[in-house]
Design a protein around this ligand. Structure first.
Ligand SMILES: Cc1cc2nc3c(=O)[nH]c(=O)nc-3n(C[C@H](O)[C@H](O)[C@H](O)COP(=O)(O)OP(=O)(O)OC[C@H]3O[C@@H](n4cnc5c(N)ncnc54)[C@H](O)[C@@H]3O)c2cc1C
Length: 292
């Protein structure tokens, strides 16, 4: 059944302070709405439980990309089009720029925000794997003040997170330390465009000769919520890249992957493809290392 607009109230106070005051005065009563590309779909399907919506759309305090010498801060209200078009994101964080180009169609990308993608918390979200392998921090804000947590600790379960009832996501901070890391991101979906990930794998790796100095791995649709693939990382970190190590890493990855069977794919297919993607990334590293 379609949603009834009269069952909801929408306020657009127009500045961040007023939004936070509203949420502080009635914690849990107000649901933020940014681009609305998740919430309006839920509304159209008659699934939107929130009665009171407070708009974040157009707040300048949330829509910015600040480039500092050691990090980049991205406001949660930045759209995926903002990310794709920003030279510093394209240059320093190409995996995020690539993922931004995967969100729906161009029309979605001009409306869908980074904050909405993260807070919605889908295990298939396109931006999450890139942020995890760039070691992102997320900054949260409420009328009580600001706090920052590692993005790898933001999600606590399927579509749950550490946000308090009066808090919103303010910004994502990315350390500019990946210039010398090899970077990988591949998504497998039903089509090349407008497809939710059956599986995706992201990785950043720093090599010294054939030795893996650092590796960060994350996937989409492999775990109940966006998370790093720590077992596979541990199997690789500090070791020399060999065909045997790749076999071990494939096996370790299967320990990270939760069985997700849904309409898009089976758990068995996902595990197999994820291990293939990891092998593709690691083999590309070996090849580049041999050439250098
Ligand atoms: C046709 C279509 C195609 C899509 N394709 C993809 C795709 O390929 N890949 C993909 O990952 N997603 C896809 N999506 C999903 C969606 O576009 C994204 O998740 C988008 O980033 C959501 O952002 P939004 O601003 O529209 O969120 P909204 O709908 O406004 O909000 C989503 C959730 O986040 C909360 N929220 C938003 N901003 C904040 C904030 N700053 N602080 C606290 N809470 C906040 C809201 O309360 C809500 O719970 C698609 C959606 C559509 C309709």
């Amino acid at each position: 059944m379609r949603g009834n607009p009269e069952a909801h109230r929408l306020l657009a106070p127009g500045n961040l302070r007023a939004v936070l005051e509203l949420m502080a005065n009635a914690p849990g009563e107000w649901t933020p709405i940014a681009g609305g590309t998740e919430l309006m779909v839920a509304h159209a399907a008659g699934r939107l439980a929130a009665r009171n919506l407070v708009s974040l759309w157009g707040l300048s305090e949330l829509r910015f990309i600040n480039v500092q010498p050691r990090s980049i801060a991205i406001g949660a209200g930045s759209t995926f089009q903002d990310l794709r078009a920003h030279p510093a994101i394209v240059e320093d964080f190409p995996l995020l720029a690539k993922a931004a180009g995967w969100i729906g169609a161009i029309a979605n990308q001009t409306r869908a925000t980074l904050g909405g993608n993260l807070v919605n918390g889908s295990p298939a979200a396109d931006s999450s794997p890139a942020l995890l392998v760039y070691d992102a921090q997320v900054e949260l804000v409420s009328a009580r003040g600001n706090r920052t947590v590692p993005y790898s600790e933001f999600h606590t379960g399927y579509k749950t997170n550490v946000l308090a009832a009066d808090e919103i996501l303010l910004a994502v901070h990315l350390p500019r330390r990946f210039a010398h890391h090899r970077q990988y991101l591949r998504k497998v979906g039903t089509r090349r465009a407008m497809a939710i990930a059956k599986v995706a794998l992201a990785g950043t790796a720093l090599l010294e000769g054939a030795q893996m100095r650092e590796i960060l791995l994350a996937g989409a649709s492999l775990t109940p919520f966006p998370a790093r693939l720590y077992r596979a990382e541990d199997a690789l970190c500090g070791r020399t890249l060999t065909p045997e190590l790749i076999r071990n890493a494939r096996a370790a990855l299967l320990g990270d992957v939760a069985s997700i069977d849904d309409i898009r794919s089976t758990a068995e297919y996902r595990s197999h493809v994820a291990a293939n993607l990891l092998e593709e990334f690691l083999r590309s590293l070996m090849l580049e290392e041999r050439k250098s």
